[in-house]
Unconditional design. Structure first.
Lengths: 420, 291
C-alpha cells in the first residue's frame, strides 16, 4: 500500500512537470494538410475564418487569439523557435509590423504572384505591407480611415449646421480650425472646445511627412516645424480640450459632447455608448484637413509553414471583394479595395450616423494619405517625437530645443541610426 | 544494515526536482541572458557577438542613469512614509484596550492583495487631469480653482507612483511590525510601568530598540522590492521627461518595445549588480549593528 502511494505520488509529480510540454495536437492544432493555423490579436478573425470555411468546406481554420500587448513577443518567439507550434498565418499591427515585414519571417508575396492580391487597393494600404525593397510581405483586408466625429445636435448648436460637407469646409485647414476654435472657446466661456487635443494635428500630419529615417540616417521633415507651430497655437489658445486620444476624458467628451469634433478612426466607433440604440443617428463624420488613418491589421504567411498554398488561398479570400463587402455590411469595417468603397458610396449607412452616406468621405480621406512603407523605425520614432514635441508644447519650448531633445533621445535609444 | 548515508539518499531524491526545475527555468535563462548581454540581437536575426559594447553603451546612457535616479526617488518617497505609517498603526493596533483591532488589521492589509497593475490603473484614473476624482474633490471643496495636471509634473508624478507603492505595502509592513511587537516580553512593559515610564518612553526605550531586527528586515526586503519597481509605474506611464521610468521599466521597454534584447540583457545585469550592492550594504550595516 505504502509503495502504491509513493509510486502514485511520483507519477503525479512527473505528469505535472510534463504537462507544460504538451504536444501540438493536444494544443488544438490538427496536422492534416487542409488545416490552417492563424495567430492574431483581433477577435474578428474568427468571423473571417468562418466565412472562409463556408466557401471552402474541405478546409479548416484554427484561429488563436492573443489579446493584449504581449502578442508580438509571443509571435516573435514562436517564429524564432519554428516547428509545429508556429502559425501558418500571423497578424501584425501597424505599430510594429515594420519590424516583422523587414525580417526573414514572412513569405515574399510578390515572388509568388501576390501582387494580384492588392490590385485595386487603396494606395496607402497596399504600400504599408511592402518591405524596404518594395516587395509585398503582408496584406490587409481593411483600410482604417479616420475623420472628425461630432454629435449632430452639438454641431448644429455651435457650428450652425450638422451637414458633414459644410462642417468639412469649415475645418478644411488648421488656420480655420484655430480661428473657429477660438470663437467657440470665447462663446462658451471656455466650457466647450472645438477639438480634443493638439495631438490631432500630429495624428493627421504624421503620415503626410517624410519618415524620420532614410538610409539609416535621421531626417526631420520641415513639415514638423509647421505642425509644431500649429499645435502650440491650438494649445495656447485653448482650441483643444487637452484630452489625450483614447483617455477617459476623451471618451467622456465624445459621448457627452463638450468637444465638438473628435478625430477618431472608423473602427473606434465602439467607444460611443450606444446602449439600447441611444446613440443611433446622433453622429456625423466630417473630413479632417488632410487624409487620416489610424492603425491597421496586416496578415503574412510564415516562411516556415508547410501550408503556404492554403495560406495563400486564405489571403486571396480576405483580399477579395466578396469578403470585404460582407465585412463592411456585417461589422462596418472600411474596405481596402477601392471598388468596394465605390460600390457602396450611395447605399452604405451605419447606425450611428443614420441616413448619412459616409463612405465617400472616408474614400476621399484614405485616397489623400500618401503611400509610405511601414519601415523598421517609423512608428517608434513617431512615438518618440510625439512625446518629446508634446512635452515641448506644454513647456512652451522652442522648436529647435525640441529637435535637440529628440535627437538626444534617438542617439540613446537607437545608436545604430546616424544623427547629424 | 543501512548506513546514515544510504538513508539520506531519499533526501536528495526529494530535493532533486527543485534543482532540475531551477537549472532549466532559473539558471539556464540567467546564463543565457549573460551570453545575450554580449550580443546585438533584435529577435529577428541571429545574435551577433559584440563583446562589451552593450556595457560600454550603458555607461554613457543618460536615460538609464535617470531611471536609476527615478527608482531611488520613488523608493525613498514610498518607503519613508510607508514605514512610519506602518509603525504608528502597528503600535496603535497592538494596544490591548483597543476593540475591533483585528478588523482594522485586515482592512489595512487589503491593498496588499490588490494587484499592482490594478492599483496603477486606479491611481492614474483618480489623478486624471480632467476626469480624476481627486481634482473633482479639491475643486468642490474650494481648495483649488483649476484642476491640477498631476501627471504633467515630474515630481508630482513620482509622488503619485510612490503613493501607490506606499498604499500597497503599508499594511503588510504593519503586520510584520505587529508580529515584532508581540514578540517583546510582557515583563519589560510591566517593569517600565512599575518604574513610572510614560507611553512615549515605552515606545522609544523599549519598543523601537527591540524592534530593530524587524525594521532591518523590512528595510532589506523593501530595498530589493523597491529597486524592482515595475508594474504600478508602468500603468501610470513614463511620466513627463521620463520622470517615472524605473530601471525595470527601461529594461522592459528596451527588450519588448524596441526589440533590443542584447542591450536589455546588459541592463538586467546592471540592475542585478545595483541590487546586489544595496543588499550587501544593508546586510553589512545589520551585522555591524548586531556587534
Amino acid at each position: 500500500m505504502k509503495k502504491f502511494f509513493s509510486l502514485s505520488l511520483i507519477m503525479i509529480l512527473i505528469l505535472s512537470m510534463l504537462a507544460g510540454c504538451s504536444t501540438v495536437e493536444s494544443a488544438g492544432k490538427a496536422n492534416d494538410d487542409n488545416t490552417l493555423v492563424i495567430w492574431t490579436f483581433f477577435g474578428d478573425v474568427k468571423l473571417m475564418a468562418k466565412k472562409f470555411e463556408e466557401k471552402y468546406p474541405n478546409d479548416h481554420v484554427i484561429v488563436k487569439v492573443f489579446p493584449g500587448d504581449q502578442y508580438k513577443t509571443k509571435l516573435q518567439t514562436a517564429l524564432q523557435a519554428g516547428g509545429d507550434d508556429a502559425p501558418d498565418i500571423f497578424d501584425l499591427e501597424r505599430s510594429y509590423m515594420g519590424k516583422f515585414i523587414n525580417s526573414d519571417f514572412p513569405v515574399n508575396l510578390t515572388k509568388i504572384g501576390g501582387e494580384e492580391l492588392v490590385k485595386g487597393y487603396v494606395p496607402y494600404v497596399q504600400e504599408l505591407g511592402r518591405d524596404k525593397d518594395g516587395d509585398l510581405m503582408a496584406v490587409a483586408d481593411t483600410s482604417s480611415p479616420g475623420g472628425f466625429w461630432c454629435k449632430k445636435a452639438n454641431a448644429k448648436k455651435w457650428l450652425g449646421t450638422d451637414d458633414p460637407e459644410k462642417i468639412s469646409k469649415m475645418v478644411e485647414s488648421w488656420d480655420k480650425i484655430i480661428k473657429l476654435g477660438e470663437k467657440i472657446n470665447k462663446k462658451s466661456h471656455g466650457k466647450v472646445h472645438l477639438i480634443s487635443h493638439f495631438g490631432d494635428v500630429y495624428n493627421v500630419e504624421a503620415y503626410h511627412l517624410q519618415p524620420f529615417v532614410k538610409d539609416k540616417t535621421l531626417q526631420i521633415d520641415d513639415g514638423w516645424k509647421k505642425a509644431y507651430k500649429i499645435q502650440k497655437e491650438i494649445f495656447q489658445n485653448d482650441v483643444g480640450a487637452h484630452l489625450e486620444f483614447m483617455s477617459a476624458g476623451w471618451n467622456n467628451a465624445l459621448n457627452e459632447g463638450n468637444v465638438i469634433l473628435t478625430a477618431m478612426p472608423a473602427w473606434a466607433s465602439f467607444m460611443i455608448d450606444n446602449e439600447d440604440g441611444k446613440a443611433e443617428n446622433k453622429y456625423a463624420v466630417a473630413k479632417t484637413p488632410k487624409g487620416l488613418y489610424f492603425g491597421g491589421t496586416y496578415r503574412a504567411i510564415n516562411r516556415a509553414s508547410d501550408k503556404k498554398k492554403l495560406a495563400y488561398k486564405f489571403l486571396k479570400f480576405v483580399t477579395s471583394k466578396e469578403w470585404q463587402q460582407f465585412n463592411l455590411e456585417k461589422t462596418g469595417n472600411a474596405p481596402a479595395l477601392k471598388s468596394v468603397y465605390k460600390d457602396n458610396f450611395d447605399s452604405y449607412t451605419s447606425p450611428l450616423t443614420g441616413h448619412l452616406k459616409i463612405l465617400k468621405q472616408y474614400y476621399d480621406l484614405v485616397e489623400d494619405v500618401p503611400a509610405q512603407k511601414a519601415g523598421k523605425y517609423s512608428e517608434d520614432l513617431l512615438g518618440t517625437w510625439r512625446i518629446v514635441a508634446g512635452q515641448g508644447i506644454k513647456d512652451d519650448k522652442d522648436f529647435n530645443d525640441v529637435v535637440t531633445q529628440f535627437k538626444k533621445k534617438v542617439r540613446i535609444l537607437y545608436p545604430e541610426i546616424k544623427v547629424k | 544494515m543501512k548506513t546514515a548515508l544510504d538513508r539520506s539518499r531519499f533526501g536528495f531524491y526529494f530535493v532533486t526536482p527543485f534543482f532540475i526545475i531551477f537549472l532549466i527555468f532559473g539558471l539556464a535563462p540567467i546564463l543565457y541572458s549573460l551570453y545575450l548581454s554580449f550580443t546585438s540581437w533584435d529577435g529577428f536575426t541571429d545574435p551577433v557577438f559584440v563583446g562589451f559594447a552593450n556595457y560600454k553603451r550603458l555607461l554613457g546612457d543618460t536615460l538609464f542613469f535617470k531611471s536609476i535616479l527615478n527608482t531611488m526617488i520613488i523608493w525613498i518617497f514610498s518607503i519613508v512614509p510607508q514605514l512610519i505609517l506602518a509603525l504608528v498603526l502597528a503600535i496603535i493596533l497592538n494596544e490591548k484596550f483597543l476593540r475591533g483591532k483585528n478588523f482594522f488589521r485586515a482592512v489595512y492589509y487589503f491593498p496588499n492583495i490588490v494587484t499592482p497593475v490594478t492599483l496603477g490603473v486606479l491611481f492614474s484614473l483618480m489623478f486624471d487631469w480632467q476626469t480624476g476624482s481627486v481634482n473633482h474633490l479639491l475643486v468642490s471643496l474650494g481648495i483649488i480653482d483649476q484642476p491640477i495636471y498631476w501627471l504633467n509634473s515630474p515630481w508630482l508624478s513620482r509622488i503619485i507612483v510612490a503613493t501607490v507603492i506606499m498604499w500597497q505595502y503599508f499594511g503588510f509592513n504593519m503586520l510584520v511590525f505587529i508580529a515584532g511587537l508581540q514578540s517583546i516580553p510582557q515583563e519589560l512593559y510591566e517593569a517600565a510601568e512599575v518604574d513610572g515610564a510614560n507611553r512615549l518612553q515605552v515606545i522609544f526605550k523599549i519598543m523601537l530598540p527591540l524592534l530593530r531586527p524587524v525594521l532591518l528586515f523590512t528595510m532589506i526586503t523593501s530595498i530589493i522590492g523597491g529597486l524592482q519597481l515595475f508594474d504600478a509605474p508602468l500603468m501610470i506611464g513614463d511620466g513627463p521627461e521620463n520622470s517615472t521610468m524605473t530601471m525595470v521599466m527601461y529594461l522592459y521597454e528596451t527588450a519588448f518595445k524596441n526589440f533590443n534584447y542584447g542591450y536589455s540583457a546588459a541592463i538586467a545585469y546592471a540592475i542585478f549588480i545595483i541590487i546586489l550592492i544595496f543588499s550587501i550594504v544593508s546586510l553589512k550595516s545589520q551585522a555591524r549593528k548586531k556587534d
